[in-house]
Design a protein around this ligand. Structure first.
Ligand code: MN
Length: 630
């Protein structure tokens, strides 16, 4: 045996590459304590130029829309002149540093870029962007971003509205979302729970605890005197959402006004019958966890604005749970540790690393940006959501830590909430569509792993794989709770299930909670990210102006629209769409083809389903990115 044998050379290359990775990908537990995140983002994890271009296209629309609202009607003959005037002002006021040459090009290119319609000429817009990149314009813009944004918002409309229509003035260029005309309907409110931005809360219950004492009188006022609470409970038709995890949250005040978070209960029921299109209906809401005069039970008969106020309180709680727990905690922060452990423990030619790599693109970068800017003091979460930013961080952490890996499998989650039986809960689009995708991914992952692990013994003897599993759950590693079988991975069946959960979460689950941010969550009267009156307002009958004062003031509504439109608009890559020739093993080709055919069938099935139910499009495979990158 000589030191120059090819095997040794390969082995030492692998050892070297892992040693480099372990230097580059170091754990940090204090960015968002005590979650495992990357300490410093390695260069290869930075967003690509293609991603920035996509982002810039979205920013462009948001910028023009905001400029027209905040700076329009100042006598300029066109939007183009408004843009030029704004850039000049930014230069004069020092928001953009004055650099000869670049500035001239900026003035020439930027208005064209900002105004060009994407649909008209994609290539021209891209060319403009790339020339900006080359000339250093993007760097200048990025470094000036905060100052430019502050200048843009300086003259924004402010204050609470006296008419719902006042919010429509915030969207001169962006179309009003469809939900804006239907959100006050009770069926739409209930539909949010099964096909909305956070379709993960409802639980089937047999009866109610004395913390939420709804009576038959309340129930029958909605469902009719032939039905009763106990019958609905026994027949599996009673559903509850409980936002108890938000109880005791510390209300925020940033940027200046007192904001409120709530911990409501909401009760829903499915009508009797055997039809497959029976929709959930809302029965009653209690806006706090303890019954009594502070938190009366509100029903559709409590008066138009009291009921609307109570429904809005539930949506505010739901939005805060969604962003901290369902979105940030249980998708972004759930996947981050696996990116780290995969690159630190699996060599570049390891089949599991090859399988997972495309599902990790951009994830560390967006998580790093989130902890630096979004969920940091003075950032979007601090400004727009209900609680203090520290409280929002704690919520995200608790949300992740209480989400045991082995319990997070989709079929188990549905079963645990008692919502897995379509005979009991016939209309649950998230459940039905997510299961199709879960099964498609599971098939693909199982077939793929079978190529490399003919038996369970091969799994047990793969030292790199076992090190990966150990690090994922280690206290000085990924800190993933409740992972593995007896600490390690013993069976191919378990590995397939675990990898399915990782890929499903990085793609479909993130898609289901990320993209409704644009269409369902951006428009503040439909979905306020914070409440501006206490729940005790409901002790008396609520007036229209009380309801309007619960909603965000216009400046907050504009920022919400902009942030959520941005987060809900970037579709960087697509599930199943691996780069051409990415898998070099010829045995993978037929399996991948079967996966893509399966996804196409799923697409057709969901399109068919949407002909017979209120539309739910977030789990169409064509709209699910491959990885978390926004
Ligand atoms: Mn996201």
């Amino acid at each position: 045996m000589t030191t120059s044998s090819p095997n040794n050379a390969v082995n030492s290359q692998i050892t070297d590459s892992l040693a480099v990775a372990r230097q580059q990908y170091q754990y940090n537990y204090t960015h968002i304590p005590a979650i495992a995140m990357v300490d410093e983002l390695p260069d290869q994890e930075q967003f690509t130029s293609a991603w920035f271009c996509l982002l810039a296209q979205v920013v462009r629309i948001i910028f023009i829309n905001t400029l027209i609202v905040n700076r329009g009607n100042q006598g300029s003959p066109s939007v183009r002149d408004d843009v030029k005037r704004f850039i000049l002002e930014a230069l004069i006021k020092g928001a953009i540093p004055f650099q000869v040459g670049v500035v001239a090009r900026l003035l020439q290119i930027l208005p064209q870029f900002l105004i060009k319609s994407i649909s008209k000429d994609f290539r021209e817009v891209d060319d403009l962007l790339f020339s900006l990149f080359k000339e250093g314009g993007i760097t200048i813009l990025r470094d000036s971003l905060n100052r430019v944004v502050n200048l843009l918002y300086k003259d924004q409309p402010r204050g609470h509205v006296t008419n719902l229509k006042d919010y429509e003035k915030l969207l001169p260029e962006i179309p009003l979302p469809a939900i804006a005309s239907t959100y006050q309907e009770d069926e739409v409110f209930a539909y949010m729970q099964v096909a909305g931005f956070n379709p993960l809360m409802i639980k089937r219950v047999e009866s109610l605890s004395d913390r939420f004492p709804v009576t038959d009188e309340h129930y029958q006022a909605v469902m009719g005197s032939e039905d009763s609470l106990s019958a609905a409970g026994q027949e599996g038709r009673l559903y509850l959402t409980d936002y108890g995890i938000l109880d005791g949250a510390i209300n925020g005040t940033f940027p200046k006004e007192q904001k409120y978070l709530y911990a409501p209960f909401a009760l829903f029921a499915v009508p009797r019958g055997s039809e497959l299109n029976r929709l959930l209906r809302p029965i009653a809401i209690q806006c706090g966890q303890t019954p009594g005069p502070d938190y009366p039970i509100i029903t559709p008969n409590s008066g138009k604005y009291s009921w609307l106020f109570a429904k809005t309180v539930v949506l505010i709680a739901d939005a805060n749970f969604h962003e901290a727990v369902s979105h940030l905690g249980r998708t972004h922060l759930f996947i981050g540790p696996f990116v780290m452990t995969t690159y630190r423990q699996l060599p570049p030619n390891h089949p599991l690393r090859i399988l997972l790599h495309p599902h990790f693109e951009g994830t560390l970068a967006i998580n790093d940006a989130a902890q630096r800017a979004l969920i940091a003091p003075g950032g979007g979460v601090d400004r727009l959501l209900s609680s203090t930013v520290d409280n929002a961080r704690v919520l995200a952490v608790r949300g992740l830590q209480s989400y045991g890996f082995n319990n997070a499998m989709l079929p188990k989650q549905l079963k645990q909430r008692g919502v897995d039986d379509p005979n009991l809960l016939p209309v649950y689009p998230y459940r039905d569509d997510a299961l199709l995708i879960w099964n498609a991914i599971h098939q693909w992952v199982s077939d793929y792993l079978k190529l490399y692990y003919p038996t369970d013994k091969d799994i047990q003897q793969d030292a790199a794989l076992q090190a990966w599993a150990a690090e994922a759950q280690a206290y000085d590693g990924g800190r993933i709770p409740d992972f593995g079988e007896n600490g390690g991975i013993q069976t191919r069946e378990y590995l397939a299930e675990a990898v399915t959960l990782i890929i499903f979460t990085a793609s479909a689950q993130h898609g289901a909670v990320n993209f409704p941010q644009k269409d369902l969550m951006g428009y503040a009267p439909v979905l306020p990210l914070a409440g501006y009156l206490p729940a005790s307002t409901l002790k008396n009958e609520v007036t229209e102006q009380d309801y309007l004062n619960l909603l965000p003031p216009l400046d907050q509504a504009q920022r919400q629209l902009n942030l959520l439109s941005l987060l809900g608009s970037v579709y960087y890559n697509k599930l199943g769409n691996y780069p051409e020739g990415y898998f070099t093993d010829p045995q993978v080709k037929p399996l991948l083809q079967a996966f893509n055919e399966n996804l196409q069938q799923t697409e057709d099935t969901i399109n068919q389903r949407n002909l017979h139910r209120p539309s739910y499009e977030y789990l169409l495979p064509s709209r699910i990115p491959q990885s978390i990158n926004i």
